[in-house]
Ligand binder design. Sequence first.
Ligand SMILES: [Zn+2]
Length: 192
Amino acid sequence: MVTVSGLPPLTESDVRRWIGDESFRRGQRYFDQDAILNPRRAGMMLRAQCQGSRSQPYRVQIALGPKGIVSGDCSCPVGGGGHCKHAAALLLTWLDNADAFADVEDMATMLDRRSKAELIDLIGKMVERYPELEMLVELPVPGEATSKPMGSGPGQCGGRWRRLCRAGGLAQCGGCVRDHHPRGAGSVSVYA
Ligand SMILES: [Zn+2]
């Protein structure tokens, strides 16, 4: 059991229950192979990369709450919800050695301290690395926009919104997207 001040005590059986037996067993192998890279904790959030079968490590995170594991996410194909083997490896690493997790501030606090020029520079670098983010930057500012630069109504926007939506980066979309996606849009998850 790991007990860190302000965080819920967590046991291996809590982790197994959250992950499920099969993924838990696979996660143990990743844990044994030291596949968890750069583990860090921002408040109640545990984050790391996990070196999986692909050359690029997966980004995995688990949110803790007062009573234990609350939610999770992983960039692997089955990682939505945080029940995959990479999430298991992250949690097993936490159980094994919570001190290995670097304490970092949560993203909102970090961004709040940056100047406007630094934020512009940061976003520029993010777009350079992930060009699909450019479409997010071009979204109308909430409360300001009256025009619809990408299309004026249902069915008139071409493929751009749909591509953006498929990329999973849609927080606010306007009439034409509601037309394509009647159940609404996803949310943005950008973490490294
Ligand atoms: Zn995963």
